[in-house]
Design a protein around this ligand. Structure first.
Ligand code: USQ
Length: 383
């Protein structure tokens, strides 16, 4: 298949590009380095320095013999995106090209505005590029479990049946996100659903939980192919942060009471999920929503897990509840369905002690590269 990956330089986009190229697909990775630039502007550089997208593609080809085409282009610019569609004619587009940090979206007007305009314009332009230039193309969009928020009822997989005054209908599951970033994903879903209904597009919207992990089968070929692994408060997801904190000897930063519960997944499972979605395209006029995570944990549970494994390795890990910089429920009901991808064949890599040990070992060898100044939260929601 011809697969276009938007946001192909990112934590998830780059490993996805390598995984599809290794399966023999024709891949183009598109990126405008938005995340790299924000990381520089906010002193949030990753633990392991990453060659740029073009250099990475060259290294990958040299060690694997598989080619990844690259394009440095801005998906929020319609002309740039449509030029790519005219040249490449994708069968599937995987859309990661969004500003992915909740804290960044909450710093001030400028960062909120950049998040809003980048994320909404990229999705809107993609919809129109598909409609105009590749109407059969399957859009696989990365959404987030955070779209649903933390309701006091079970979270369904995308849709809910509602009975009201004796009549029944099916609707998008109610969404109430906890950051401007997460809210842009809610708006993306609404846009996609409108255009699926109106123009018969094919769309899979993947509601993904926080991802953790440092490596994939392809990055094992050469350390220069590792994903950009962040541990700062802007781009670092909670598990990756706790792993680095454990190695750095900084008490694990549990925000508030630590009862915040989310669905988590290993980076290797993101690749499986996206591949499963691409391999079974939906029919025209269908919006398929899949909840993409493998296990639910509270923040306290995660911290205790990392502490237990770290201590076995002699790290002397401490946990410290600090004031929560975010506005979120810290003690709440959480039960999210996630049958779809399992039924499609997902084989989860669970967060076992062995998996945590392996990740800690990979960080220990880079201990000298950890900058403790990047660890404490800098962004308050109600600043
Ligand atoms: N948390 C801590 N301590 C920390 C960092 C985070 O207690 O040092 C807490 C947060 O308050 C939150 C939970 O851990 O309750 C998860 O935070 P996170 O930073 O790992 O995840 P989040 O900001 O929600 O965003 C990440 C990705 C985002 C993706 C989302 C999936 O950055 O792109 O959409 O995970 S989800 O959370 O399901 O919406």
């Amino acid at each position: 298949m011809k697969i276009m990956i938007l946001g192909g330089d990112g934590y998830l986009g780059w490993p996805t590009a390598m995984a599809f190229a290794s399966k023999g697909h024709e891949v183009i990775a598109v990126d405008n380095y938005l995340r790299r630039n924000i990381a520089l502007e906010t002193s949030s550089e990753p633990l392991i320095p990453c060659p740029n997208l073009i250099e990475r593609a060259d290294i990958f080809q040299a060690v694997s013999n598989y080619k990844i085409k690259t394009a440095i282009a801005d998906c929020a610019d319609y002309l740039q995106l449509t030029n790519l569609f005219r040249d490449f004619h994708p069968d599937a587009v995987i859309h990661y090209a969004e500003q992915p940090s909740a804290p960044y979206s909450m710093i001030d007007f400028q960062t909120a505005q950049k998040t809003f305009s980048n994320n909404l314009n990229a999705t809107f332009n993609l919809i129109w590029a598909v409609k105009e230039f590749a109407p059969e193309c399957h859009i696989v969009k990365l959404g987030t479990m955070g779209e649903y928020g933390t309701p006091d009822i079970d979270i369904e997989e995308g849709w809910i049946d509602i009975e009201h005054n004796g009549r029944k209908d099916t609707f998008l599951y109610p969404r109430q996100a906890g950051s401007l970033y997460h809210t842009t994903k809610v708006l993306d879903t609404d846009l996609l659903w409108f255009y699926v209904r109106t123009y018969g597009l094919r769309v899979t919207d993947l509601m993904q939980g926080p991802v953790y992990g440092l490596s994939t089968a392809e990055s094992d070929l050469d350390t220069r192919l590792l994903p950009n692994f962040h541990y700062d408060d802007i781009f670092g997801t909670v598990v990756n942060r706790f792993l680095v904190q454990a190695v750095a000897g900084v008490p694990l930063t549990v925000y508030g009471k630590g009862g915040q519960t989310r669905g988590y997944l290993n980076l290797k499972d993101t690749l499986q999920c996206v591949e499963l979605a691409v391999d079974s395209p939906v029919k025209k006029g269908e919006l398929r929503i899949l909840n993409q995570f493998t296990e639910q944990f509270s923040v306290n549970h995660l911290a205790e897990k990392v502490q237990a494994v770290g201590n076995k390795m002699g790290l002397k890990v401490k946990i410290e509840a600090i004031e929560n910089p975010r506005k979120e429920k810290e003690d709440h009901y959480y039960n999210a369905k996630h049958h779809g991808l399992m039924e499609m064949g997902l084989k989860p890599h669970y967060m076992t002690d062995e998996v945590v040990t392996k990740m800690l070992e990979e960080i220990i060898i880079r201990k000298d590269q950890i900058d403790p100044k990047k660890i404490m939260p800098r962004v308050k929601w109600n600043n």
